[in-house]
Design a binder for this molecule. Structure first.
Ligand code: PEP
Ligand code: MN
Length: 335
């Protein structure tokens, strides 16, 4: 159930509704909107009687929420969520470009790539310090040293940084250095990690699990939001199918559905979907055309030497080309 307050409802009227909800053992989650406040009811064990709320002053209506997810849904919050990270706003009609290597490998590597992607037009730098690798024998990331390098990139190039947080053990450490916390495809249903991310003040980029349905993905985002963190972005990064011409299959049909169902910004990562660099620019164009708020792309100045995901990493020149295409398509579809 969602309690929608009248325009100009007072803080006392809102507090009274919250108190009534909580007195019944449920959780109240006020959601500030464009011109009025709504209050979501969570943790109800069964249907909630809307008559209780209609009698309270300042209440406009009590709407049953039909979707299993609540805080992430457009039913509960019709306006798009904007996420502010340093100088960047995500979800506000501009296209946000996040770019960088799969993994931070050295200071020289990160600084070289950062300089190039910044010049090309990237807004946010990406790079993993803790890497979830399929094989335990491959490069696992530089850990804290990698995080310190990311902090240096932020300082020198004035770009916020996004990096993956893999577990609750290293959460505090990653949270200390990162501007945006990435939760990877393999962790989309790691509920203790999602809950911890929900207690963070940092925005979260939640990648879609490689075999997750949209409901499962939105429910994972609901875990984060239900702990109090409203700043969640959803990142489509390809799903596991039977094909062999690409690493995964970029599910672009998810984008319009998510935009309809949720107010959260949608980012597309064509790199992990494709697995091969020649597919990344065409898939980026399509992602922008279908309505993504941003792209996250892997770039490396010497991909043949990359310690992870070299085959899908664009050369800096190709990233420049991608930026030109992305802007052109964005202008075209938003005209
Ligand atoms: C990554 O961004 O480098 C990564 C590991 O992504 P995913 O979780 O989508 O595989
Ligand atoms: Mn990668």
């Amino acid at each position: 159930m969602l309690i929608v307050m009248e325009k100009g409802a007072t803080a006392e009227q809102i507090a009274k509704v919250v108190q009534v909800i909580e007195s019944k053992g449920m959780t109240a989650r006020p959601i500030p909107g464009g011109d009025r406040v709504s209050i979501g009811i969570l943790n109800n064990k069964g249907p909630v009687d809307h008559a209780i709320f209609m009698g309270l002053s300042g209440v406009k209506e009590a709407i049953p929420v039909t979707r299993p997810y609540k805080l992430v849904s457009r039913e509960v919050k019709p306006e798009d969520t904007l996420i502010r990270v340093g100088p960047v706003t995500i979800g506000n009609g501009h296209l946000t470009l996040m770019a960088g290597p799969c993994a931070v490998e050295s200071e020289r590597q990160a600084m070289t790539i950062a300089e190039k992607v910044k010049l090309a037009g990237a807004h946010i730098f990406r790079g993993g310090a803790f890497k979830p690798r399929t094989s335990p024998y491959t490069f696992q990331g530089l850990g804290e040293e990698g995080l310190k390098i990311l902090a240096k990139v932020r300082e020198v190039f004035e770009m916020p940084v996004v990096t993956e947080v893999m577990d609750t053990d290293t959460f505090d450490l990653v949270e200390h250095y990162a501007d945006i916390l990435q939760i990877g495809t393999r962790n989309m249903q790691n509920y203790s990690l999602l809950k911890r991310a929900g207690q963070s003040s940092r925005p979260v980029l939640l990648k879609r699990g490689m075999s997750a349905t949209l409901d499962e993905w939105l429910m994972a985002a609901e875990y984060i939001m239900s702990e109090g963190n409203p700043n969640v972005m959803l990142c489509e990064r390809g799903i596991r199918t039977f094909v062999r011409h690409s690493r995964n299959t970029l599910d672009l049909s998810a984008v319009p559905v998510i935009l309809r169902e949720s107010h959260l910004p949608v980012i597309v990562d064509p790199s992990h979907a494709a697995g091969y660099r020649d597919q990344v620019i065409p898939l980026s164009r399509a992602s922008v055309a279908v309505g993504a708020h941003g792209l996250m792309v892997e770039v490396h100045h010497a991909p043949e030497e990359a310690l992870s995901d070299g085959a899908q990493s664009l050369l800096p020149k190709q990233f420049e080309e991608l930026c030109r295409w992305a802007d052109a398509v964005h202008v075209l579809v938003n005209r």
